[in-house]
Write a protein that binds this ligand. Structure first.
Ligand SMILES: C[S@@+](CC[C@H](N)C(=O)[O-])C[C@H]1O[C@@H](n2cnc3c(N)ncnc32)[C@H](O)[C@@H]1O
Length: 265
């Protein structure tokens, strides 16, 4: 296990990273100087993503998101020449990974809603964007960050080859509306890769959408509204104007059903 810093404020982030997290984080080896790597871990009050800041010294950020291995097979190995949009990026791991894998341009947006549930779940007050900025600096990255609501994305007046919609569809009040917005930001023939909260085995094959009680999915987090099954997600995507939908992943991780689908615009 690597040596980890702890969160300031609530001090409730755990101190170790698991092998599962390292496997994902190691896809983006940052190899920062040890002093800078340790300083980043110490000064950022809360990490959502696990980053490999310095593998030789075992410095990893103690990300709250535990095991993202199920996402890996759905990610393009090669982003060469692509323009990429990461919607709801939080610390930006997937935006930085796209840049690392050759994307020509990457825009990452988040409305920083997470400040509300990080405060209620972990007792940590965030300004917003702390983890993203720290990694951006260490990488010397050119990823562009905007504090912006997904429903304001039309203001970008730009369309992208590849759009990440990870961990956000179940957190917006209007999931069909979000898919329509993303369709409009995607070039014809481009891809939106969706990762979202699923449903248990009973709902997996039908088109029903599960409506969660506030706090049912994660205690003290009232922003998880929906759980989707493959059929429901496919219907929503077609209504939103995607021409094909491919279900990629349907798993349970730490008791949480998750699914992934590739939507072609
Ligand atoms: C659970 S996190 C997922 C982070 C990352 N995409 C991942 O899956 O690893 C959800 C993110 O979506 C953001 N978010 C939620 N609603 C949003 C909205 N309407 N517009 C932009 N970002 C939003 C939250 O602030 C948070 O950073």
């Amino acid at each position: 296990m690597g040596r980890m810093g702890s969160a300031r404020g609530g001090g409730r982030q755990r101190l170790v990273v698991t092998e599962a997290e390292r496997q994902v984080a190691d896809l983006l080896p940052i190899e920062a100087a040890p002093v800078l790597a340790h300083a980043a871990v110490e000064t950022v009050p809360f990490w959502f993503h696990t980053f490999a800041l310095n593998r030789a010294e075992g410095v990893y950020t103690p990300g709250a998101a535990r095991d993202h291995r199920y996402r890996l097979s759905a990610l393009p190995e090669d982003f060469a020449g692509m323009s990429v949009l990461d919607v709801g990026c939080f610390d930006g791991f997937y935006a930085f990974l796209a840049e690392h894998r050759g994307a020509e341009r990457v825009v990452a947006v988040d409305n920083e809603q997470y400040r509300l549930w990080v405060a209620s779940r972990w007792g940590v007050e965030l300004e917003g964007g702390e983890g993203f900025r720290a990694v951006h600096r260490l990488l010397g990255s050119a990823v562009e960050y905007r504090r912006m609501d997904a429903f304001a994305l039309d203001r970008l007046e730009e369309r992208f080859d590849f759009v990440y919609c990870f961990g956000i569809l179940h957190r917006v009040e209007n999931p069909l509306g979000l898919l329509r917005v993303l369709r409009a930001r995607t070039v014809d023939g481009g891809t939106v890769l969706v990762e979202t909260y699923g449903v248990g085995p009973e709902g997996r094959n039908g088109p029903a959408i599960h409506v969660s009680e506030p706090g049912e999915v994660y205690a003290r987090d009232e922003f998880v509204y929906w759980g989707f099954g493959d059929a429901g997600l496919q219907r929503l995507a077609r209504i939103a104007g995607f021409s094909s939908v491919e279900s990629l992943v349907d798993v349970e991780v730490d008791g949480h059903p998750r699914l992934m689908a590739r939507l072609v615009a």
